[in-house]
Design a protein around this ligand. Structure first.
Ligand code: AMP
Length: 280
């Protein structure tokens, strides 16, 4: 397995694969790999000739008050893990090379970035789109794999890829959960035992909302209230929203493909979760 840290070296490696007519699947990650990442990696390994995992904790997607410094970094363990999974290359650039002091170019997807997490994480999606653009240019994949866990991010990347003619197929894979239902996240490592018990109620609350939808309830307020009332009161919610799964526009009633999404702070840790429902 190759470990590449420079964009030029990465591109040279990818050009070599393309010369041999091999397809490349990319899984962008910030490392601290867990079972959620592993599902994406399996998807890339199974459906492409060569799989690349990028590991980069991207400073431009963290606001100054966020957890960039303390974000878990487990690079050696991550490499050992992906090596056993049949990954051909890890791309792990360093922040100083990605963003030299006079760096000044950013990519922003309007509209889709403005709802849900947008107002609570100013500049976050601009940072995400910028780094994913740079990763796409370095790796030049045929397909790139993203998780429904970050449904807004995946929708934004899909739109960016289409709007900017990247010609890369974006594949979204379902949320992987722990046995207690909590969506896998590198940030779960921050949770105390008590906080983890509270965090589990996020998924239970989404399920309560989903049951109402399954029972034919279309009233958005009733669904949102049920979710809010089921979440542990110790969690400080940023939002509970029911939106169109594709446009991410708020819905007046539950119909079509809907995304029920929640974000909140459990102690100092911000967690997100969602459920997609096809309303019959
Ligand atoms: P991150 O390392 O947190 O930036 O995540 C890298 C990719 O893994 C993103 O596309 C996430 O949506 C995806 N991902 C993270 N957690 C999960 C999960 N529990 N299930 C599925 N995909 C996930």
């Amino acid at each position: 397995m190759n470990i590449l840290t420079d964009a030029e070296d990465m591109r040279a490696w990818s050009v070599e694969q393309q010369r041999e007519r091999l397809s490349i699947g990319l899984v962008p990650t910030m490392g601290a790999l867990h079972a959620g990442h592993e599902k994406l990696i399996e998807g890339a390994v199974d459906n492409n000739d060569a799989a690349v995992v990028s590991i980069f904790v991207n400073p431009t997607q963290f606001a100054p008050n966020e957890d960039y410094e303390r974000y878990p970094r487990t690079f050696d363990d991550d490499c050992a893990k992906v090596r056993t999974m049949g990954v051909q290359a890890v791309y792990a650039p360093d922040a100083a090379t990605m963003y030299p002091p006079d760096y000044s170019t950013y990519v922003n997807v309007e509209g889709l970035s403005e709802g849900l997490c947008g107002p609570f994480r100013p500049g976050h999606y601009r940072g995400v789109c910028t780094v994913v653009t740079k990763l796409f240019h370095a790796v030049m994949p045929h397909r790139a794999y993203f998780g429904q866990k970050d449904a807004q991010q995946t929708a934004i990347i899909q739109r960016m890829t289409r709007d900017l003619d990247f010609g890369i197929e974006i594949v979204e894979l379902p949320i992987v959960r722990d046995t207690d239902g909590l969506a896998m996240s590198s940030r779960n490592a921050y949770l105390s035992e008590e906080e983890r018990k509270q965090a589990v109620t996020l998924y239970q609350a989404l399920q309560a909302g989903e049951s109402l939808i399954d029972d034919g309830v279309q009233d958005v307020q009733a669904i949102v209230d049920t979710v809010r009332n089921t979440v542990d009161p110790a969690i400080v919610l940023d939002y509970v929203e029911l939106v169109d799964a594709d446009s991410l526009e708020p819905l007046k009633e539950a119909s079509g493909s809907v995304l029920l999404a929640v974000a909140g702070r459990v102690g100092a840790t911000r967690l997100i979760d969602n459920i997609k429902v096809e309303v019959a």
